[in-house]
Design a binder for this molecule. Sequence first.
Ligand code: DAH
Length: 344
Amino acid sequence: MDELLNEALAGLRNAADAPAIEQWRVEWLGRQDGRITKLLRAVREQPQDERAAFGAAANRLKQELEAAFEGRQEELRRSAIEALSTTSALDVTLPGRPQTLGRLHPVTQTMRDCIKAFADMGFRVAEGPEVEWERYNFDGVRIPQDHPARDMWDTIWVNTLVDGRRQMLLRTHTSPNQVRVMERSEPPIRVIVPGKCYRQEATDATHEWMLTQIEGLAVDEGIRMTDLKGVLYEFARTMFGSERKIIFHHSYFPFVEPGIEMALDCFICRGNDARCGTCHGTGWIEILGAGMVHPEIIDNAGYGSDRYTGFAFGIGIERVALLRWGIEDIRHFYANDVRFLSQF
Ligand code: DAH
């Protein structure tokens, strides 16, 4: 048996290609006339007392040769691949070319995280048009024509006359959707409206002429300022962590009373630089306006301000993104520089 084993293994080592090892396989392990097959058939010709030992040894030999055959086959397969890499123009050992994967724009990522924060608090998502009527963008939120508050929103008008007058514009904020949502629903209302807004503005580190906002609106019986503060605190905690400092300032917006602004501490100068381009020396960066919905707006919706109250807020998503990543200039977002965008 040992001699057979040595002879077979030597033969296998000499078989240098696929046809050669196939020939070897037929010679040794072939089912009809293979030498091992014959050996096994010869078991019954052995003297009675040697049969068992002979059979066992023959079987062991068969297993050893099968294993050697598979090993040799694998060896040849590998060396064939290696040979290809040196002899052919196709180097199969080179690593593949990685696919460059795209990713979501940092403002989109931030938008989605904000939406999730409010969705978790029970707000549903609605949408409204970017090309808006003047009566929703301004009149409906208590900013009639010639009202000085219109100057707070430098408007890009659509140059189409309706009844001899320009009445369409690129919405300057998402607030018109307060009116749109109230028109088509009944309290209780908890809704957020994300979307792009446009302003004819000189850009600087914290202002762009296109911006992204999320409008929030809740109307119900018994809604109070503390509800608003609770929701905004929870939002800030989700987005910035509980360490981050938040401040509420009083502010004026025609559609709320009282009105507030929420600001976060300036990560650039920490309030120590009077010429800071981000906080202008105040130490705070405003990220949203909010307040209790003006009773007149609740009445215009036909709800009755004696019964219903509500709060509203409008968040600047680019500002949130600036603060969460410590970006010093809002204009990076829309400059289309992949070196910037690929960092998020
Ligand atoms: N629409 C305001 C803006 O764009 C932001 C705002 C302030 C929205 C107060 C609100 C609010 O809903 O209550 O400047």
